[in-house]
Design a protein around this ligand. Structure first.
Ligand code: FES
Length: 218
């Protein structure tokens, strides 16, 4: 045994290398069992309302040990998850809108297309044409001698075809009783949420041309 007090202390702490040494009792590997057990913070320790230790609590409380500090911790964590998820969804939505806007902005402008001769549409009548694509059905309407308007025929609710009722001054959607103003295309009754897209017209030399589509949100 060393006389040096520091050496004696080191020797006392040294681990006996024999596997069956009594000094290893209660040890895992070379480290004391339970050395990594986390110590609970005071605020994370459950204290029953009556202040008695858990083993003296009634059976129901032992069976359902709802830990208030832990419960609040989980609630905070869930709230954090909720915030992350909703923020992620918001960012994804904004990115999708921005991407859609970019795609639309880079789309080539609709072509100028002749759609009818003016004298083919007498006052008080309407005709169907497609614009800008072959599947985009539109209505050309001449409610009176001096007025010529055109709108997409696709209802802004669920895309049914609207029908002009020229005498009543409306475009009617028979699917869910939606109504649009015949002159402006604005939604005036029923479920349609926004006006019909307006087709821009140009009349030159008795010929009617479609020159663009005006999407409207209000
Ligand atoms: S599709 Fe036109 S009102 Fe529903």
């Amino acid at each position: 045994m060393s006389e040096d007090p520091q050496s004696r202390h080191v020797e006392a702490l040294a681990l006996d290398p024999r596997v069956d040494s009594p000094a290893r009792e209660g040890l895992t590997g070379t480290t004391r069992a339970g050395i990594y057990e986390g110590a609970l913070e005071a605020e994370d320790t459950t204290v029953a309302p009556d202040g008695r230790p858990p083993e003296q609590q009634p059976r129901w409380r032992q069976d359902f040990p709802i830990d208030w500090p832990a419960d609040q911790y989980v609630a905070r964590r869930d709230f954090g998850r909720f915030l992350v998820l909703t923020s992620g969804a918001f960012v994804a939505g904004q990115a999708w809108i921005a991407a859609r806007h970019l795609v639309r902005a880079n789309r080539p402008p609709p072509p100028r297309v002749r759609i009818a001769a003016l004298d083919e549409i007498p006052a008080g009548s309407a005709s169907v044409f497609t614009y800008p694509g072959p599947a985009d059905r539109c209505l050309l309407i001449r409610p009176d001698e001096r007025t010529l308007v055109a709108f997409s025929q696709m209802c802004t609710h669920l895309s049914c075809a609207v029908v002009p009722r020229i005498e009543e001054g409306v475009l009617h959607c028979p699917c869910h009783e939606g109504y649009f103003d015949l002159y402006t295309g604005r939604n005036i009754a029923g479920p349609p949420p926004r006006p019909l897209p307006r087709i821009l017209l140009d009349v030159v030399g008795g010929e009617v041309f479609a020159t663009g589509v005006e999407e409207r949100s209000v």
